[in-house]
Design a protein around this ligand. Structure first.
Ligand SMILES: *Cc1c(COP(=O)(O)O)cnc(C)c1O
Length: 417
């Protein structure tokens, strides 16, 4: 199974939009992240079109892929942004995004980050604790302004996803307890530095089913009613992100069904809808291009050692995540079963396990669906420079981030003599 705009030509070689991946590797080297501009735009427009009736503010979750070239493309599409740090806000601004369409999430907002966000007039803070509410109120009062806030409600629904990426259960660090919400809104409504604006939840990631969203939405709407009975009006409802993608053979609830169900629940209410999709905008719109350095047959396993590693793409080892791995040029030989591993000195340095592949040393491989939580989670472990990022646009390839150099890695270090 290939991803949108990735095709295998008659000669057996992979092409992304109009460019052969082999050409990309020749021009820019490996490992490289390669994105399809058309795929990113289409993913964004799929939300916009399916939710045409509700006309939501679609706040792309920056942490999924925060490269300026990607943010600029989404800003041009009209997206808002969901950020989790002052750094991400600065990225949004540098890319030409609109702070007034930006929402600030995250459990540990520092005072300086709150100040920065207020100075730029962001749309809303998603508040995740009572202590944070007090801090935002203080900072806003010190600047003689009101900060717009939503509470992130922990609706205690099971998103039925991997425990590391499920965030809507009582046991998670995220959000405020559903049972505590009315009290907290009452506290917030009495604060002079706070303007109650919305209500939010984000229940997890890589969610493939509809029911967790509907359950969470109903719980939020019931809270909206309780609040309105107490004279607290909420203007927007933010359903968070978390929509899954097809990494392997997942069946996803179709976008139009998702939209229909959400719009049906919200019908007749004067509530603006906000969404915070990350993975579902960029995940299947990018791949990691890597080259086979060595084939190493073993007693119990065969290893394909490639030039990309866990520091470039940590999802497999961190979440036990599956990424399809496909040869860029097909060979006629019989496939052999390989673990695809990197050069990093960790047993956990693997990208794929037990994959039948017909490959030889020097061949190129594409690790699919690597557009989200790929480059943003990359590190320099083992003093490896992070890959370059290339945005394909039809027959053009743009480097949107250069490959790091060794000098970049040591730029901030000092030797004490
Ligand atoms: C990570 C995150 C998102 C995006 O999640 P995806 O699974 O990538 O769609 C949205 N909102 C918040 C608050 C997040 O932390």
């Amino acid at each position: 199974m290939l991803t949108p705009h990735l095709q295998r030509d008659a000669d057996g070689s992979l092409r992304y939009e109009r460019l052969p991946l082999a050409t990309i590797a020749e021009r820019f080297g490996t490992p490289s992240y390669v994105y399809s501009r058309a795929a990113i735009s289409e993913n964004y427009r799929a939300y916009r079109d399916a939710f045409a009736r509700a006309a939501p503010l679609i706040c792309y979750a920056v942490k999924a892929n925060s490269t300026l070239g990607v943010l600029a493309l989404l800003a041009a599409e009209g997206a808002g942004f969901d950020i989790v740090s002052g750094g991400e806000l600065q990225r949004v601004i540098a890319a030409g995004g609109d702070p007034a369409r930006t929402i600030f999430s995250g459990v540990g907002k520092r005072r300086d980050e709150i100040e920065l966000a207020l100075a730029h007039g962001i749309r809303c803070f998603n508040v995740e604790s009572e202590a944070e509410l007090h801090r935002i109120n203080e900072v806003a009062l010190a600047h003689a302004i009101r900060a717009r806030i939503s509470f992130r409600i922990n609706p205690d629904v099971d998103a039925k996803t991997h425990p590391y990426i499920s965030t809507g259960l009582k046991s998670n660090k995220f959000g405020v307890a559903h049972a505590d919400a009315v009290r907290l809104y009452t506290v917030a409504a009495a604060m002079r530095g706070i303007e109650v604006h919305g209500i939010e939840c984000h229940i997890g990631s890589q969610i493939t089913e509809l029911s967790p969203y509907v359950d969470a939405l109903r719980r939020l709407l019931a809270l909206v009613d309780q609040l309105s009975a107490r004279g607290i009006a909420v203007k927007h409802l933010d359903l968070g992100g978390g929509r899954g993608i097809r990494y392997q053979d997942e069946t996803l609830v179709p976008m139009h069904q998702f939209a229909q169900a959400v719009e049906r629940e919200m019908a007749g209410r004067a509530l603006e809808l906000v969404l915070e999709p990350g993975r579902s905008i960029v995940g299947d719109a990018g791949l990691l291009l890597t080259r086979v350095e060595y084939l190493k047959p073993g007693e119990t396993k065969n290893f394909a050692i490639v030039d990309a590693a866990m520091n470039d793409l940590i999802r497999p080892t961190l979440y036990d995540a599956f990424h399809a791995v496909v040869p860029v040029v097909q060979r006629a030989e019989q496939a052999v079963c390989y673990d695809v591993v990197g050069p990093v000195c960790e047993s956990g340095d693997w990208l794929a396990k037990a994959r039948p592949l017909a490959i030889a040393q020097g061949d190129l491989l594409a690790v699919l669906c690597a557009g989200a939580y790929g480059m943003t989670m990359a590190s320099n472990y083992n003093t490896r420079v992070r890959p370059c990022e290339v945005l394909i646009d039809g027959e053009h390839a743009h480097v949107i981030r250069e490959r790091e150099r060794f000098a970049d890695l040591i730029a901030h270090e000092r030797i004490v003599r």
